[in-house]
Ligand binder design. Structure first.
Ligand SMILES: *[C@@H]1O[C@H](CO)[C@@H](O)[C@H](O)[C@H]1NC(C)=O
Ligand SMILES: *[C@@H]1O[C@H](CO)[C@@H](O)[C@H](O)[C@H]1NC(C)=O
Ligand SMILES: *[C@@H]1O[C@H](CO)[C@@H](O)[C@H](O)[C@H]1NC(C)=O
Ligand SMILES: *[C@@H]1O[C@H](CO)[C@@H](O)[C@H](O)[C@H]1NC(C)=O
Ligand SMILES: [Zn+2]
Length: 444
């Protein structure tokens, strides 16, 4: 049990954080942009011939939001004229500024509720899910995680594994029980969110997973079994600098925030920075896909690599789930190439469909199953799938590894309104449970 004074201090600072973050939605103006969906199998045709060729746009004037076998979504200036091109398209987001506004907490309703309830609800009572009614900024989330550690000292250890370029800690939530720690064979599951800063629902869903695991332990048979026999290493915000910047600077920022050799273009795409099949993306630092000049140049990737290399003796990393948004897809390795067949291909595929089915059973939402290389477009241009966390973890660390791209399928894209947080959290958690069941009993 915590001392009362500690609880009061924590609750007060938590509530002050909530107030402090309410009016944060200033930032880059997107009124002159829209998101277009091009129906085409040939992405390089769309980008090279149409966007860069006929429209004459430079790297920093457009942004590819997502691509898959059927279409590619691209953010383009409102002023472009697509008449005279041969492409079939529709506008998926017309008013980006108002879509952005919908993801921030409402300024007009400061939370006047009793703070005690706020902190209690967000920590211990499992009914109300107060914390998941809005997206939360970095400081609030980090405070909440510290509160969880204090409330569940027998289950949670927070580990700061290093400091980012802007001086934020990279926090790993280690969830384990005495029983799982004592057992040298116990399998570790790694879960990450927020590698891309703007994919907010990936972070809220990882937080929801943490919350469910902790609050259901000892009450539900399933969670009790998970925590008694598995170890969890969970990084809810893999890119803290970028995430903070999406709240205070640019809601659609994707990369981290470290300096590059071009002073006005910050940031490396962390998901192109891992040292398996890393490739120089030949992209300019201003590009959203910039991989850095060498593997592990992104601070967060380097910290994680160092951490798990040292921890490998202690942890038997067995499963990996990396959450992103958007597209509603379950992706299996490899991302870097469609030519290399992953080991255990059939089981990997079966498990992918199991994850997708668990989600459908929970919420009715359809998640497509495909190889990450297809989703990345690395079958077209190899550098697009290079250096991902998925391949790196699968190749050298985890026996089973997946990337899940959460909701939606495009109406809001990265800008999923806060009212969906809980539903996405619940369907994500259904997939996590399916994954844990599989890891505990691979033969069924
Ligand atoms: C796709 O478009 C690129 C660029 O126009 C072109 O070089 C390539 O041949 C096209 N690929 C297919 C399969 O049509
Ligand atoms: C402790 O862990 C072992 C190995 O994972 C497992 O077989 C056992 O059931 C666990 N004990 C409890 C009480 O859950
Ligand atoms: C978040 O960003 C703002 C504005 O860029 C900065 O003033 C603040 O120090 C940052 N906070 C953290 C925790 O990084
Ligand atoms: C489907 O959901 C029901 C109730 O929500 C649950 O009991 C059942 O185990 C689920 N089935 C699968 C395959 O996940
Ligand atoms: Zn992503």
């Amino acid at each position: 049990m915590m001392r009362v004074s500690t609880i009061t201090t924590l609750i007060c600072s938590f509530v002050m954080l909530l107030f402090a973050t309410v009016a944060a939605a200033d930032g880059v103006d997107y009124s002159q942009y829209q998101v277009y969906r091009f129906h085409s199998h040939n992405h390089s045709h769309i980008i090279e011939d149409v966007v860069r060729g006929q429209l004459g746009l430079k790297t920093e004037e457009y942004d590819v939001w997502t691509r898959n076998a059927e279409f590619i979504d691209v953010q383009l200036p409102r002023s472009i004229n697509l008449q005279g091109t041969d492409v079939s398209y529709e506008i998926v987001i017309d008013d980006l500024n108002s879509a952005i506004g919908e993801t921030f907490p409402l300024t007009s309703t400061p939370h006047h509720d009793n703070y005690f309830d706020i902190a209690q609800d967000s920590m211990v009572s499992s009914g109300k899910y107060f914390f998941f009614k809005e997206y939360r900024p970095l400081k609030t989330i980090y405070t909440w995680l510290d509160l969880l550690e204090q409330s569940f000292p027998h289950l949670v250890t927070m580990e700061d594994i290093g400091t980012t370029f802007e001086g934020n800690p990279l926090k790993v939530v280690h969830i384990s029980t005495k029983n799982s720690t004592m057992n040298p064979e116990s399998k570790t599951i790694v879960i990450t969110g927020g590698i891309h800063a703007r994919e907010w629902v990936s972070i809220s869903s990882v937080l929801f997973t943490i919350y469910q695991l902790l609050t259901k332990y000892g009450k539900s048979r399933r969670e009790t079994r998970y925590l008694d026999s598995l170890d969890f290493l969970i990084i809810p915000i893999f890119n803290p600098d970028g995430y903070n910047y999406t709240w205070n600077g640019d809601r659609l920022w994707k990369k981290n925030r470290q300096d590059t050799y071009v002073p006005q273009c910050k940031g490396i795409d962390i998901d192109h920075s891992f040292p398996y099949q890393w490739e120089d993306s030949k992209e300019f630092p201003c590009s959203e896909e910039y991989s850095g000049e060498e593997a592990l140049q992104a601070t967060e990737a380097r910290l994680w690599d160092t951490f798990i290399t040292c921890m490998k003796i202690k942890h038997n990393i067995y499963g990996y789930l990396d959450f992103h948004s958007y597209s509603q897809e379950v992706l299996y390795p490899y991302a870097y190439s469609c030519d290399e067949l992953p080991r255990d291909y059939e089981n990997l595929l079966e498990l992918s469909y199991g994850l997708s089915k668990a989600i459908r059973n929970k919420s009715g939402k359809k998640y497509k199953v495909l190889a990450a290389c297809q989703d990345r477009g690395s079958d077209i241009s190899s550098s697009l799938g290079a250096g991902t966390a998925l391949d790196y973890m699968y190749h050298s660390r985890a026996h089973w590894a997946f990337q899940l791209k959460l909701r939606d399928s495009g109406n809001h894209g990265f800008l999923l309104p806060a009212r969906h947080i809980l539903d996405v959290g619940r369907e994500t958690y259904a997939a996590v449970k399916y994954f844990c069941d599989f890891v505990l009993n691979p033969e069924h």
